[in-house]
Design a protein around this ligand. Structure first.
Ligand code: FES
Length: 114
């Protein structure tokens, strides 16, 4: 391969080391917004960055107003579960946006599982 061919390839596919995990917000199959993952930021905070609103009330894991459904990825659960969640809801994918801390790439459906 000539030096000229290498340059042409680099022009078409620039080196990019900025690939970061993404938090995506959907309603069913419709993508509403997405934002880069930031460690320590809640789902609600990521949603604000993405221009998406998750309703909130208590902002402490108690009321369940911010309940969403985890479709893909990891949002670890506190132990014990907060009052706004129970085992049945968790089994259906429920997470609380106000206290849920994503761990890398996640897809979140804004609709609660019930
Ligand atoms: S706003 Fe009440 S549980 Fe999240």
């Amino acid at each position: 391969m000539s030096a000229h061919a290498v340059e042409a390839t680099l022009d078409l596919e620039p080196f990019n080391d900025e690939v970061r995990p993404v938090v995506r917000f959907l309603r069913g199959p419709h993508l509403l917004g997405q934002t880069p993952f930031v460690s320590g930021r809640t789902l609600v905070e990521h949603a604000i960055e993405a221009g998406v609103e998750i309703p909130t009330n208590c902002t402490s894991g108690t009321c369940g107003a911010c309940m969403v459904t985890l479709m893909l990825g990891e949002v670890p659960l506190p132990d014990p579960l907060p009052p706004g969640l129970d085992d049945f809801l968790v089994d259906e994918g429920a997470r609380l946006g106000c206290i849920g801390l994503p761990d890398g790439d996640v897809d979140i459906d804004l609709r609660p599982p019930i």
